[in-house]
Structure formats: structure tokens, C-alpha cells
Design a protein around this ligand. Structure first.
Ligand code: MN
Length: 254
């Protein structure tokens, strides 16, 4: 089973209450959550039930709902869990938890595309998969999907690639500033600058692409892949799309 690593205690209370932070990160999450006598999905369901029973419907429950989704609780299951708990915990609590859950189990939209494998993959993501990436399809080899995460202030898009899918070689131009940031959020993929080795992207990997650098990004041959794409503000920015990444070049990531 995956090892749980928690830093919320030290991140939020490390300076104020270091011992509590230690108990939170190292004992509650470090030892208890990593005890394998019951699986992570079951642990998540227990925590949600207890939170509901106590009427705790704040950001910490939101965190546990997100974790539950990561631990494999499907949309159908969370709806049944909240409905079941509603009779014991109270109707208003269920309403509040449903309103939180609705904001988290959104990736299941992929089910609507009829792609069962994509739907399974989408359950592992915090961010929605969104819609088929038709506008850019001509610059991609393989199927991709696009979901706006933020359209205000700094635009952020979640881009999902099917296994083997990658975009063409391209350049983000700017006279000053510009370029692009990628943050891996699901599956396994790659980023490659021309003349350099491909760099693996896993959830949490941050890639800073300067303006003017020729590159491509995309999925590993055997994995769906999602990254957040963040255009870096600059002057006179434009994207130049070039030739597809050849099979020969793509084979370097195998
Ligand atoms: Mn790019």
C-alpha cells in the first residue's frame, strides 16, 4: 500500500505547537494511517462517518473527502455513504457534506465521454478532466482533455493526456517574461527540451519552461498523465507550434 506522508501539522502549527504537529504528522498520520490492518479507503470512510457524526463540516472534512477520493471512493459510493450517515448524523449535516462532496467528485464527468479507462483514471485526480481538447487537437498526437482550473488572475488549466499522447514540439515566445509552468497532478509523463534528455513528471513535479525554448510535454507510453499548465505573464507572448515528436524521439522516454 502507498505510504502516507503528512506535513499539515508542521506546515500549519510547527512553530506554534511543535509537539502537537509531531503527533499529527508522525503518529496519527505517520503510524496510524500507515497501519495496514485496514486499507486506506476504509480509513477514509471511517473518518468521514465520524466527522459527520460530530457535525464537523469544515475544511478538515473537505481534506478528508479529497483523500477519500484519492483512496478510491467513487462518486456513487460517497453519495451512498453520506445518505447512509444522514439518518444517524442528521439531515442538515448531510446537506452540508453533499455540498462539499459535489465540489470534489467532479472528475467523474469523464464517464460521460464513454471512456471507462479514462473514468477510472479521473477518480485519482483532484482536478476535473474536463472536455476533449478539440481546439488544440491538431497540435497533439493522441487524445487530450482540457479543464479550466482558474480563469481569473493567473489562468490555470488541467491538461490530461491518454497513454502515449504528447503535444508537438513548440515554443512559448515573449519579448520579456513569458514561458510556461507545468505542475504534474496525475499519472506519469515527460517534458523534454530540444537537445536535452526527457524529464519525468509525476504528481508534484514542477517544470519551469523559459520563453523561447523548444520543447514538448506528454504522457508516458503506459500511463494517463495530467499536468496543470500555467502561462507565465510576459510581453508580446505567442505560441509557435512545430513538427510532431517522432516515434524515434518519443522512444527515448521508454
Ligand atoms: Mn509548452
Amino acid at each position: 500500500m502507498a505510504q502516507i506522508k503528512q506535513t499539515a501539522g508542521r506546515d500549519q502549527l510547527g512553530a506554534f505547537a511543535p509537539e502537537f504537529a509531531h503527533f499529527n504528522d508522525d503518529v496519527l498520520f505517520g503510524e496510524n494511517w500507515n497501519n495496514q490492518d485496514i486499507d486506506l479507503k476504509t480509513r477514509s470512510i471511517i473518518v468521514i462517518s465520524v466527522f459527520m457524526g460530530r457535525g464537523l463540516v469544515d475544511d478538515s472534512l473537505k481534506y478528508h473527502l479529497q483523500t477519500a477520493k484519492q483512496n478510491g471512493v467513487t462518486k456513487k459510493e460517497i453519495v451512498a455513504i453520506i445518505t447512509h450517515a444522514a439518518f444517524y448524523a442528521g439531515w442538515p449535516v448531510a446537506w452540508a457534506v453533499f455540498n462539499l462532496a459535489k465540489t470534489i467528485w467532479t472528475g467523474d464527468e469523464a464517464v460521460a465521454t464513454g471512456d471507462a479507462t479514462l473514468a477510472e483514471y479521473a477518480k485519482t485526480l483532484f482536478f476535473p478532466v474536463g472536455q476533449p481538447n478539440d481546439a488544440y487537437a491538431k497540435y497533439f498526437s493522441g487524445k487530450s482533455w482540457l479543464a479550466p482550473v482558474s480563469t481569473a488572475q493567473v489562468p490555470v488549466f488541467n491538461v490530461t493526456f491518454e497513454p502515449g499522447c504528447r503535444n508537438n514540439w513548440h515554443v512559448h515566445h515573449a519579448t520579456t517574461g513569458g514561458g510556461q509552468m507545468l505542475i504534474g497532478v496525475g499519472g506519469r509523463g515527460f517534458y523534454q527540451e530540444e537537445g536535452k534528455d526527457p524529464v519525468e513528471i509525476r504528481p508534484g513535479t514542477v517544470i519551469n519552461i523559459p520563453a523561447g525554448v523548444k520543447h514538448w510535454h506528454g504522457a508516458a507510453p503506459d500511463s494517463y498523465f495530467s499536468h496543470l499548465a500555467i502561462p507565465v505573464p510576459g510581453e508580446e507572448t505567442s505560441d509557435e507550434w512545430l513538427e510532431p515528436v517522432s516515434e524515434e524521439e518519443y522512444k527515448r522516454v521508454w
